[in-house]
Write a protein that binds this ligand. Structure first.
Ligand code: NAD
Length: 306
């Protein structure tokens, strides 16, 4: 049975559940939250969507649901308020997530853990530190959302379907992230080498992708549709062993000289979690920026004790 347990039934958790239901990816989705009234209501509403999509069983869960789940997704905790950046959430969310991670692995040692809660890279690192032997089973959604925003904007600019654009934002899911222009492609064309965008256009486009969350939060307090869809895509890749390449946050073990930090670079995703990497060639400038991003994350990780 394909089963997913989602911890945190707020905007992101419920939208992730909805996206999994819409994709008809899992047979069962269990949702849990400390706010019992909220989780009951979310589950009822989600159940009523199922007849339009497929046959997913949706239930109010407990940690025991992790026992026969292949994947646990953490969406619990505080979200950014207008004016806050993701790293501002570290103190509150690290305490909440530490407890949740222990409860999940207590139930199922083989489960694959996806962390969505921010700051996602530092919390993913915390999970890997708690369970180092599970490092291939632990990932954060990282820059999958930023990369989707990037592809959307590039698609609009070039008038090409974003699904035919392969371009990544890498590093921190946050202010120190960077665009991986040197491998951005549409079809067989390198966007960089063919010089179809001016340097100013490229800067503007990256700026818009990087700061999209701030604009959305200003207007409607939270972002959830795109991260819900992205997390469901990740779930589908794991449950169906899709071997897709996604820039998830995961432990660096010497890649490009990075050690002991979680950040996003493209990785192969399959039923075993992080299944490997393809050859990645950063330009010198990109590598320098990536190093700065890694340094930022290492500094923030020092603030949490576990
Ligand atoms: P929300 O406030 O709507 O939902 C959070 C839920 O967590 C609440 O329902 C709350 O009751 C629950 N919760 C708190 N402590 C809990 C615990 N110990 N056990 C179970 N449930 C608990 O917030 P949201 O908008 O859904 O955002 C959730 C998280 O996702 C935030 O940290 C936000 O920054 C993050 N987020 C990440 C991305 C990304 O790309 N990684 C994108 C958007 C949001």
């Amino acid at each position: 049975m394909k089963k997913v347990t989602i911890i945190g039934a707020g905007m992101v958790g419920a939208t992730t559940a909805y996206s999994i239901i819409a994709k008809d990816t899992a047979e069962t989705v269990a949702l849990l939250d400390i706010n019992e009234k909220l989780v009951q209501a979310q589950v009822m509403d989600l159940q009523h969507s199922v007849p339009f999509f497929g046959s997913t069983q949706v239930k109010v869960g407990t940690y025991e649901d992790c026992r026969d789940s292949q994947i646990a997704i953490i969406c619990a905790g505080s979200a950014q308020k207008p004016g806050q950046n993701r790293l501002d959430l570290i103190q509150q969310n690290s305490t909440i997530i530490h407890d949740i991670i222990s409860k999940i692995f207590e139930q199922n040692n083989d489960i694959i853990l996806i962390i969505v809660t921010n700051p996602v890279d530092v919390l993913t690192y915390m999970a890997v530190k708690m369970f180092p032997e599970k490092k291939k089973h632990i990932m954060g959604t990282g820059t999958i959302l930023d990369s989707a925003r990037f592809r959307h904007l590039l698609g609009e600019k070039l008038n090409i379907n974003p699904r035919s654009i392969h371009a990544y934002i890498v590093g921190e899911h946050g202010n120190s992230e960077l665009p991986f222009w040197s491998t951005a492609m549409t079809g067989s064309m390198s966007i960089n080498e063919c010089r179809i965008l001016s340097e100013t256009e490229k800067e503007d486009l990256f700026y818009a992708a990087k700061n999209a969350a701030y604009t959305i939060i200003e207007g409607k307090q939270a972002t959830y549709y795109a991260i819900g869809a992205g997390t469901a895509h990740l779930v589908n890749a794991i449950l169906k062993n899709k071997r897709v390449i996604l820039p998830v946050s995961h432990l660096m073990e010497g890649e490009f000289g990075f050690q002991d930090v979680c950040l996003s670079i493209p990785a192969v995703i399959g039923s075993e979690g992080i299944a490997g990497h393809v050859c990645i060639q950063f330009s010198e400038k990109e590598l320098l920026q990536l190093r700065q991003s890694a340094e930022t994350l290492k500094q923030v990780a020092k603030e949490i004790s576990f």
